[in-house]
Design a protein around this ligand. Sequence first.
Ligand SMILES: [Zn+2]
Length: 123
Amino acid sequence: MQPAGGSTISVQAPDSDIIFACSHCSTSFVVDAAAAGMTLDCQKCGKPTTVPKITLEAAADNAVKISDLQHQLKENESQRTEITGYINQLSIQLHRWKLRLQSLNERQEKLQADLASLSASTR
Ligand SMILES: [Zn+2]
């Protein structure tokens, strides 16, 4: 199955490393994902900087997943609408058949009654 929209966003193993830039000197560092949310001293400027909890790659990956889930939800919703329509149609048809059967039963009773009364009078 092709990804929705055909866009290819490279995902660099979101749960292995985090690439982030120091908030003071903008030097890029790679840290283990376990350091997410922790405050570390920058190896270059020495100032404390917070490791983001989510990488850009993971954010992009999430965006793709969200769009995919929204697409699936939309598709699911349209199938629900379709099936609900079928059920409604068949419910109406079922109701009609029940009414038809009821009138046939009533007619049967009337015909049997007529037949019984005629048979009785000719005897
Ligand atoms: Zn720094």
